[in-house]
Write a new protein. Structure first.
Length: 406
């Protein structure tokens, strides 16, 4: 091309091309999945991503995926914002059974993962750090599958609250465990390294609350016929929060989760910003998220990791089941609810990857030890998660209830 038009630079792919390809390929995969009732669309999105990705046809290169990370951040930000709006502090204080469920399923997940790792020969500090990371569940699969199945009801809402809670617990546990890891000589001890996770969490909370205050103030100016601007306010607030978190080098994941919690806390009844769901224009980001997740699945990494990630996957599920089963049994709840909640809490991705990336940049020695395990577990959970969540929603009988309520 340069010989004909010497003033033109060589053609190179860019983020917009990647966005368009991922979106169109994802839509086609979703349409194909809809023709087969047994295939969740999330699985179809991830399958086409894997086919297009570096470990498939190679159409999407690692560079293209790396340059498109902002798309994943926006998608995760919208999801965590919606999740945060499900978690009102008053509800945890009022409904003690829900609070105990959140505490026990997080605690048992930590124990059930860290215990076997110690048996496998990992250092205790690393074992508890991985256990703290994998406490978190991914809300993306649940939110998308529930919207796809027009599902809503008390069990789904409870699952969203539990996911929001275990994401918060995960980040807090990592903040508590990391200093002990540093002190045991896994890497050089540094006061700054010990304080950095605490700074990351506190700054994320400050940013989330601050942007939520600004967004609710803007929403207070809306008139009755200005309701269509609410989604734009939410999108703007989420992107602003991500930008500020990036600038201050805090966690954009925890910041957008805090944004959702604070928005529901600060908004007035008529503002209804917390009623804005991902499906209202944000579906395209969800498609991008799942297609890119599929593109990053590395079968070779799974093979290298061996059976240990698979064993930890089973133990994590067992931990969540034990925590939920304990509370539900004592309160006389149906066994189906225990099974459904466990399945809904199965997927793991965003927060786990985010914390692992933070640790890798903060402490490469620690990051290298945990990243292989966590990434392998995420690949397994994201592959099985859509089937698990679909099964859970059918167990609850809440499929189609959203359409009926509207």
């Amino acid at each position: 091309m340069g010989g004909v038009f010497p003033f033109l630079n060589p053609f190179e792919a860019n983020t917009l091309i990647t966005f368009g390809v991922l979106l169109l390929a994802g839509v086609l995969a979703g349409m194909l999945a809809n023709r087969f009732a047994w295939i969740p669309t999330v699985t179809a999105f991830m399958a086409v991503g894997f086919i297009l990705g570096p470990h498939g046809t190679g159409f999407l290169t690692p560079t293209m995926l790396s340059e498109s990370k902002i798309l994943i951040e926006i998608a995760l930000g919208l999801i965590l914002y919606e999740l945060g709006t499900q978690l009102h502090p008053y509800e945890l204080l009022k409904f003690h059974r829900l609070t105990w469920t959140a505490v026990l399923e997080s605690l048992f997940s930590l124990i059930c993962v860290s215990g076997p790792m110690i048996v496998f020969g990992y250092p205790m500090s690393i074992s508890f750090l991985v256990g703290a990371i994998v406490v978190s569940s991914s809300p993306a699969v649940l939110i998308h599958t529930a919207e796809e199945m027009r599902a809503d009801g008390p069990v789904i809402r409870k699952a969203k609250t539990l996911i929001a809670a275990n994401n918060i617990f995960s980040f807090m546990m990592v903040t508590v465990v990391l200093p002990f890891t540093l002190a045991q000589g896994i890497m050089p001890t540094s006061k700054n390294l010990v304080l950095l996770p605490l700074y990351t969490m506190l700054m994320a909370i400050i940013l989330g609350v601050g942007v939520a205050w600004a967004a609710t103030r803007v929403a207070s100016l809306l008139r009755a016929h200005d309701g269509r601007y609410r989604f734009a306010i939410v999108i703007g607030a989420v992107i602003l929060t991500i930008g500020l978190a990036t600038m201050t080098q805090s966690s954009s994941l925890f910041a957008t989760l805090s944004l959702g919690v604070a928005t529901r806390w600060l908004e007035k009844r008529h503002q209804r910003l917390s009623d804005i769901g991902v499906g209202e224009g944000g579906e395209l980001f969800l498609i991008i998220l799942f297609v890119m997740a599929g593109a990053e699945i590395n079968p070779q990494a799974l093979a290298v990791a061996g059976f240990i990630p698979l064993a930890l996957v089973v133990m994590r599920c067992a931990g969540k089941y034990l925590g939920i089963f304990t509370v539900n049994t004592l309160s006389g709840r149906d066994t189906n609810e225990t099974q459904a909640l466990t399945l809904m809490l199965t997927p793991m991705a965003g927060m786990a990857i985010g914390i692992t990336s933070m640790l890798s940049s903060l402490a490469p020695t620690i990051g290298s030890q945990i990243s292989t395990l966590v990434v392998a577990m995420v690949a397994i959970f994201e592959t099985l998660g859509p089937f698990a969540v679909s099964r859970a929603i059918r167990l609850t009988g809440e499929a189609g209830k959203a359409a009926a309520q509207s």
